[in-house]
Each structure stands twice: as structure tokens, then as C-alpha cells.
Write a protein that binds this ligand. Sequence first.
Ligand code: ISL
Ligand code: CA
Length: 554
Amino acid sequence: MEEKWWQRSVVYQIYPRSFQDSNGDGIGDLPGITDRLEYIRELGTDTIWLSPVYKSPNDDNGYDISDYQDIMEEFGTMSDFDALLEKAHSLGLKIVMDLVVNHSSDEHRWFVESRLSRDNPYRDYYFWRDGKDGGAPNNWGSCFGGSAWEFDERTGMYYLHLFSKKQPDLNWDNPAVRDEIFRMMDWWLQKGIDGFRMDVISLISKPEGLPDGEPRPNGYASFELCANGPHEHAYLREMNRRVLSRYDLLTVGECAGVTLEEAKSYANLDGRELSMVFQFEHMGADFHPVLGRYALQHKNLPKLKEILSRWQRELDGVAWNSLYWDNHDQPRVVSRYGSEKEEYRELSAKMLATCLHMMQGTPYVYQGEELGMTNYPWTSIDQINDIESLGNYRDFHAKGYMTEEEGVTMMRQRSRDNARTPMQWDAGPAAGFTTGTPWLPVNPNHTFLNAAEQLGRSDSVFRYYQKLIALRKELDVIVFGRYALLEPEHPDLFVYTRTLGDESLLVMCNFSEESQAYSIPSEFREAETLIANYPDPTPADTLRPWEAVVLRRR
Ligand code: ISL
Ligand code: CA
């Protein structure tokens, strides 16, 4: 197999709304990003994934697109985009765009037409069905709470929306829809972008006949029953044949509900579909067994290790992994698996980075993760903007699963808004994000947790990420080495090896604030330390609180 550029890449994800405001309106924008490209290059990441910047009424912050070939007004203009792309390329940075085509906005002209009449030419661009027994056509729930169906007065039928009612699902079974989407993708590729991150692309082929599913505690079947549907791979192969294969791209499918077996097809090294997928299994390792994501955390390290290790082992040589802890939909990993305590915050952030960045796959760094940013200390439901955590809270609250007080605690641990508070550039007002009032509050810890402070200090989290990223560029064993898990049952230690030819790495991570006894396997006793998060060498038989050490043997 010929090596692909994205197998050595590390991707930096930008959520434009929260990255850098340039005009004082409190909303991040394209000129703001362009001004900060040097920072991203300094980190060593070589590719940027831009969350959506397209025209949108912002019901779901840009994941509801009303024109795929125009830019959101708050973010700037198409010439701002062109300037961003040009400067990025001149700095050696690639740009991967978000592609949100499982659904459009209800304000997209296709849907505006579609809802006009039952025989409109755009009617079959979406899913329209008659009601059943005086209610919705089936029991599917929206990912954002409530039913996945909305009744539309005008034609007396329901339309499907697996997300908000302002995000109607596109009907991929209609060849005209696929033609439109492929043409639009080609238009962006002609501009010179370097790939796509494909939003919930695993949901585009709906199950035949749209049957009811098993209801969950909120009363609705999960939207994930649409995952990996009957024509999923056929549609992606068609997209690949007609569009992707004509360019040299990084493509990553966000695949809610993907299984390992399915991933071997989506992300196969034969290149017939996508470069890689975002799987969600490891994100579920701390979910409540029944209530799922929007309940309190249930940490379980052996489970997390089992999942990540299975993906490492089984995709090796067959398909390609993506590696991530954070993105704009997840709470901050330091608050989730590390420690917010002053004495441990940076240690734990570095430990988590080590654990992920020594694995096989393409790592993704979400803005602020390279500083060890944490969740926001929300004190009231009213502060929350995120449509997903609010909708799910309402469902659970109505069913009596959650008091309002528990809801606030849940938001602190779970809400997507934890990832969306402004990027912390400096200690100044609004953290250097804006000169105005930020659209979401700035985390009060920006006075000491910020990029300016960390750039000025050689032992900062930023500098540590920089080293990890540089190591991946340097060492084949990190990119291609075979993975093996040690100590699978240990409740607090995550230990694994990577091996390529005669070279091997031992990666040791302590996921707790207690010292843990661990005796280094004899073959690594004389090995050199490749990277570690404590300044002095680890004691022979112990890992200190949140310690991470990588040993290298040749
Ligand atoms: O993580 C999830 C399930 O465990 C859900 O958050 C779901 O998979 C996810 O929301 C899908 O995400 C993508 O599509 C959404 C958008 O709100 C997200 O921001 C985006 O990343 C609808 O476009
Ligand atoms: Ca702005």
C-alpha cells in the first residue's frame, strides 16, 4: 500500500463561531481565523478542519445550511474565504471543509420549494409521509429530543428531521439529490480545498419502509437506527467514483452508529469510500447504561481501553483510524477523563494527549485542547445555547428522570457548549477572543489558562502537544506500528506497546490522581525515554499521579 499524506497528518479543528472575532460583534469569523493561522502552524498541525462556514440561519450553529455555495454573513464573504485558503496554503496548511448533506436547512431553496405542494419537483428531495393513527408516521426520535417528524400544515403531511425541525433530511435515494450534492462538492474542490469532513454521513441511507424501532426511555427510537443503511456504501462509492477519486483528499466520515465491521468498508485502505471515519464507540464509554449521553458520567477505564484497543487492532492494515477526544460536540477531555485541580490540570492534559497521540491513526486536536481547556462552570439551564443538550434535558425532565438541579450538573459534564466557549487567547477581557460581548461566556479560568501564557513557557500543555505532533512526523513506529494492550483489566492504568520491525514503544498512562504500582516489562528496562509529562524520570516501579511516559527500544 502506498503511503497517503493524511496518514502522517495531525488535524486542527476550528469551530469558527468561537475561534477569533475580528470585528467586535462577539462572533468568530473568517478574517479572525486568517489572522491566527501562524499559531496553528506553530503547533505543528498541518491540516485544518473548518466546522461549517456556509450560509445558515443558525438553528444548529451552521449545521443547518441554506446555501452550500455561499458564506454565513456573520463569518464574512467568499473573498474572505478565498483569502483564508490562499494564506493557509502559502503556510503549508491544508483546509478540510465540513460537508453537511444528510440534511439541509428548512430555509434552503430546495426545501422551500419542496414544502409548497405534493407535486412540486423538489418534493422528493426530502422525506414526506402521511401520519399514522393520528400521530407521526413512525416512532423515530430526533437526536435533539422529541419526535423526528414535523407536521406541515400546508400539504397536511409530515417531514423527517433526524436533527432539529429546521434540518429536514435529504432523500439520497433520489438520484437528482446525489447529482446536486456531487456537483456542489466538485465546485469546492475546484477552488482547491483539500478534503471534507462529512457530517453524520452514516445516516444518509434510511432503512427500507421507515419502520418503527425499539423505544428508549424518552419514548422514541434512536436516530441511530438509520446508521449504515441499505445503500450507504453504494452511495459513498458513487461519490468516490464521481468526485473524490479525481483529487488527492483527506475525507473523514462522521459515522454515528458505525460498527468496526462497517468501518472496514467506509475507511478501507483500498480507497473506494473514505480515508477514515469518526467512530463514537469510545465516546460512549462513560455513558449511563440506560439513559445514555445526557445523564451523569460513568467512567470506566477498562471499557474505554477495550474499545480503543479493538479499533486499533482490527483496523491495522485494513482501514485507517481517526483519533480524537474532543470536538465541538463533546465536553472537554480534561474535565471528562483528567483533572481540573490546579496541581493536576496540566499533567492530566498531557497524559491524555500522550495516550491518544501514540496510537495508530490520524489525530485531531480541537481548538483549545492544546491548552488543556476545561468545561465551563454553568450555574443555570438558562445559560445553555446548545440545542442538543437542551432538547434532551427537556425530554428527560418531562419524564421525571432529572430534576433541574441535576440538569445543571449534567450540563457541566455533558453539554456541547463546554466545547464552544470562546478560545482562550490571553488573560485580557473576553480572553482576546473579541473586543465586544462574546456570544457564549468566556471561561473564568482564561486569566491563567490561555495561549499567550503557554507560548511563553517551555513546559506548557501547548509545548507538549507540539512535541507529540513533531514525533509523529519523525517516527514511523508512531504512524504504522502494530498496537498491543497490556494490563487490560487495570482500573487506572492505560498501558500499550507499538511495534514496527525491531523498534518498539511502551506507552504508560496513569488515569488517576493516585500513584500506581507498575513494574516496567524487562525488555523496556534499558529503553530511552521518548517523551514524559514529569520533568524527572519515572521511579522504577510506580507511575505518579496522572503520569505519562513513553519508552523507546531499538
Ligand atoms: O454525539 C452524538 C451522539 O452520541 C450526537 O451528538 C450526534 O452524533 C452528533 O450530534 C452528530 O453531529 C453532527 O451533526 C449534527 C450537529 O449538530 C453536530 O454539531 C455535528 O457534529 C447535526 O448536523
Ligand atoms: Ca465577528
